[in-house]
Structure formats: structure tokens, C-alpha cells
Design a protein around this ligand. Sequence first.
Ligand SMILES: NC(=O)C1=CN([C@@H]2O[C@H](COP(=O)(O)OP(=O)(O)OC[C@H]3O[C@@H](n4cnc5c(N)ncnc54)[C@H](OP(=O)(O)O)[C@@H]3O)[C@@H](O)[C@H]2O)C=CC1
Ligand SMILES: N[C@@H](CC=O)C(=O)O
Length: 430
Amino acid sequence: MNEIKIGLIGLGTVGSSVLKMIIENSDKVQTITGRRLSVKTIVVRNVAKHRRQVPKDVTLTTDLNAIINDPEIKIAVEVMGGIHPAKEFVTALLNAKKHVVTANKDLIASAGEELAATAKQNHCDLMYEASVAGGIPILRTIVNSFAADYITEVKGIVNGTCNFILTQMQQQHWSYDQALMKAQELGFAESDPTNDVEGIDSAYKMVILSQFSYGAHIKLSNMSVEGISTIQQDDIQRAAEFGYTIKLLGISRRIDNGVFAEVGPVLVPQDHPLATIHNENNAVMVTGEAVGETLFYGPGAGGLPTANSVLSDIVSVTKNIVLGTTGHFFNNYQSSPSEIGNIDPKDVKYAYYLSLKMLDAPGQMLKFTQIVTQSGASFSQIVQTKTDHQTARVTVITHKISKSQLSDIKRALRKVNTIALLAAYKVLQQ
Ligand SMILES: NC(=O)C1=CN([C@@H]2O[C@H](COP(=O)(O)OP(=O)(O)OC[C@H]3O[C@@H](n4cnc5c(N)ncnc54)[C@H](OP(=O)(O)O)[C@@H]3O)[C@@H](O)[C@H]2O)C=CC1
Ligand SMILES: N[C@@H](CC=O)C(=O)O
């Protein structure tokens, strides 16, 4: 058996690039693994739409049983997306003793533990390198190269669509809608981009990164998750005047005996490496006690970069088949539940950038300063500009405060009808 036959589920942005890479690189893979890869069957929703994309000897169907019931197919690649029916499909494939490779972070973040257990019961591999940061080989790097280090923090830009939108808004002064449309056209966004722009896609990726880094499963419901859909051009320009770039960051960190993870727009100093990551590129910073700070950079979305990560999993599974070593977890690290408790993101302190509009009249600044002081906060920078003869724009950067203190400030400001808080963003400190 010198050939490994593959079943592909999905032939969109990623699936069509996986098909292309398998066809074009099978010679190289054969020299590395001793096995020739070929796609035998592809499952899609609409056969007519894809007929011309597929070589004549490949079966194109809407019926998953064409893969499940085919003993020749050893590896199934799920690149259809979403949680249902992807979960049912992957479970059925594993129970039919197919090794599974997937790029689906929604699925892995929500049901990864259950699916990994099903894979193990069936002595199958379940791999998902492409589920985090597209083309950056970050998961296998954490498994292999940080195996003996104690990771204390993972943070970065893990959504290509949002980074593309923010880059276009910053550099080309495009509107949010114009930039989102282009990201969809280029195949970076999910078929429904809500999860991208509302931070949920990044949160799924931070769940997976935290699992790999700390051996701990963080629930999405324990995370604070914010997206970029309310960011205005004005916020971007003002942040730049202060020397910051707005980025959507995922941050996960060990604090005492716990781990916290969150996603949201953050002001990154312009000379910080994460501020220099543009367009659909992603960057993941992993900090280990031994190694210190490391940075992994590359395309976070797009067909071919993501397909490259899918192929790396297919090659790993193929090597395991050849060596007879299938059926091990992709990530073996599990910390005991008592070792890791979840930390409430509300208790984690940040400096905040606050943008305000206030009546340009005596006493207003004093009123604002009193509100800030009463919450136990203080600020390190403040800039006041007049917009017309009646209103002033005030931008401040606070010293580090908790989210609860920020809520106190917001609550107190809502009671003052001459001062309006326009925006509040965390500030990443070096
Ligand atoms: N796009 C990217 O840059 C990246 C995507 N990913 C992940 O990869 C996966 C695929 O993404 P992408 O290629 O962009 O998605 P697309 O929307 O481009 O493609 C999805 C494909 O899956 C098929 N499909 C969807 N539902 C079903 C179903 N119920 N039964 C059979 N086939 C189905 C569709 O068939 P049809 O065409 O007939 O409708 C389509 O061919 C997702 O999990 C995504 O999160 C990960 C990293 C990067
Ligand atoms: N929609 C995702 C695709 C990759 O995971 C993104 O934009 O990052």
C-alpha cells in the first residue's frame, strides 16, 4: 500500500487549495513519507458548482457515506467549517476509523476534548494545526519546542480579517464596510463574518492556544470578548497621535494559580512588534520562563497558507500510519484541575485610553478628574483639544486599573450630562 487516499469535506477557499497542494506536491511528500497522497472523494453541498474544479478521477458528492464506507480512504480532511454538522461528521468519520485533519477552530474550541477522546478510542489521529493562525505552524511548535518550558503568556493577532480591516482603515483610510467587503472577497473572512469581527473567532483560537500552552481548557463563557465593529476612523487617528496603533489582540496569561484569556481591541505602542503586523498577517508571542519572549509571524488567513498547515497535518498522520504510531493526542499536556483555576478578566489591570467629549466650560475637567480619582484611578497622559467654541475633546491614558474601576468611571460619567465617554480601549504596555 504505497498510496494514502484522502477524503475531503469542503471545497471552498481552503479545500480547493488543499486539493491543489496535494496534486502539485505529491512527489515531495512521497520522498519524505514513502507514501503517495491522492484525493479520492470530495463532499460538498453543491456538486454542480464544483464540477469543473475537480479532476475526472475524483468522486464529487454530497454524501459523507462515500467517505465513511470506503475502506480505501484513510484520512478525512474537514474544511467545511462551523460546529454543526461538522461535529457529527467528524465523530462519524473517527468512529469509522478515519484519521481526521481539520482547520475548524469553532469545532475544536467547542468540542475538541470530546473529539480527541473519540479519536483515541478508535486509535485514530485528530490534528488541527490550521485552526490557529492559518499558515503559522504555532500549535506543533508549542507541542514540540516548548515541551519542557513553562509558558506564562500567549498573546497576539490571531484573526486575519480583523487585522486586514484595521490595516486598511489605518493606512488607506478605508471605511470599515469597504475593508470588510474586501476581506470577504479575498477569502479571509468566514462565510458569516460575524465571528471574525466580533472577536469570537479570535476567542476560539485563544481557547486552543491556552489548552496547548497551559494544559487548561478555558471556557468561552469565562472570557471577555470584544470585536472591532464599533471602532471609528477617529479612534484610529487619535490613537496614532498618541503613538499607538489599534489591534485586535488575544491575550492569555498565567496569574498566580490561574489563567485568564480575553480578546479585544488594544492600543499597541507603534514601536512594539505587534504594531508592525499588517493586513491578513498574524503574529503569536509565546513567553516561556526559560526561553523568554518569542514571536511567530506569518499569514493568518487565505487558501494556500492555510492549506500548507493542513498538509503538514496530513504528512504527520501519514508518517504515523507508516510507523504504526497513530492514536495519540495532538496535544498531550493536561494540567490537573486543581493546578489551574480560571481568573476573572475583570480583575486583571490595564492602562486605558479614554476618549471624551465635554462642554468647554470651567469646572468640567475638575468634575472628570474627581470621577477618575473617586474610582481609585489616575492618569499618566492627557490631551485637550477644542472642536468648536462649545465642546472640547479630551483624551487620557490612565495608570493601570481593573475593569471594575473602569466600570465605576463609566457609571459615574453616565450621570453627568456635560461629559460623554466616546471610547475606552486597553493599552498594551511594553
Ligand atoms: N479561509 C481561511 O483563510 C481560513 C479558514 N479556516 C477554516 O477552514 C474551514 C473552511 O473555510 P473556508 O474554506 O474559508 O470556507 P468556505 O466557505 O470557502 O468553504 C466551505 C466549503 O464547505 C462546504 N460545505 C459547507 N457546509 C457543508 C455541508 N453541510 N456538507 C458538505 N459540504 C459543506 C461548502 O460547499 P459548497 O461550496 O457546495 O457550498 C464549501 O465548499 C473553516 O473551518 C474555517 O474556519 C482556517 C484558517 C483560515
Ligand atoms: N476568518 C479567519 C480565517 C482563519 O482562521 C481569519 O480571518 O483569521
